[in-house]
Design a protein around this ligand. Structure first.
Ligand code: 5GP
Length: 114
């Protein structure tokens, strides 16, 4: 068994509310939502942090953002808007070391973030 929590979700070793999947990506609802809609979009490839991205990941990262926009539209967020966030390491608030985009929407977001 892997110790990467999100690989366990990919492999269906732990349950999640999965809303989108293709060969490269998976999207599921966050277990502790910080907004009415809070979805995590992850690559199936294990990449620990944003610092580990390489040029070979360029297309996959683009697909993560395109999936986020597509899911936002399906969730009815496109017109009012939404936020996408990728946390990196301690100061970024990263808790799970498998890169993921947070898609947050359904309420007004503040700036700057806390
Ligand atoms: P990070 O802080 O690493 O950017 O975000 C990790 C996110 O994963 C958090 O928002 C947290 O609520 C979510 N999370 C942690 N464990 C689980 C889980 O077992 N299932 C789901 N669906 N989300 C999780």
């Amino acid at each position: 068994m892997s110790d990467d929590l999100f690989l366990k979700i990919i492999n269906r070793e732990i349950p999640a509310d999965i809303i989108y999947e293709n060969d490269e990506l998976l999207a599921f609802r966050d277990i502790s939502p910080q907004a009415p809609v809070h979805i995590l979009i992850i690559p199936k490839e294990h990449i620990k942090t944003m610092n580990d991205l390489e040029p070979k990941h360029t297309e996959m990262i683009g697909k993560l953002f395109l999936a986020a926009a597509e899911i936002a539209a399906k969730e009815g967020l496109a017109d009012d808007g939404y936020r996408v966030v990728m946390n990196c390491n301690r100061h970024g608030g990263q808790a799970v070391y498998h890169i993921h985009l947070h898609l947050l929407g359904g309420r007004q977001m503040g700036w700057p973030p806390g």
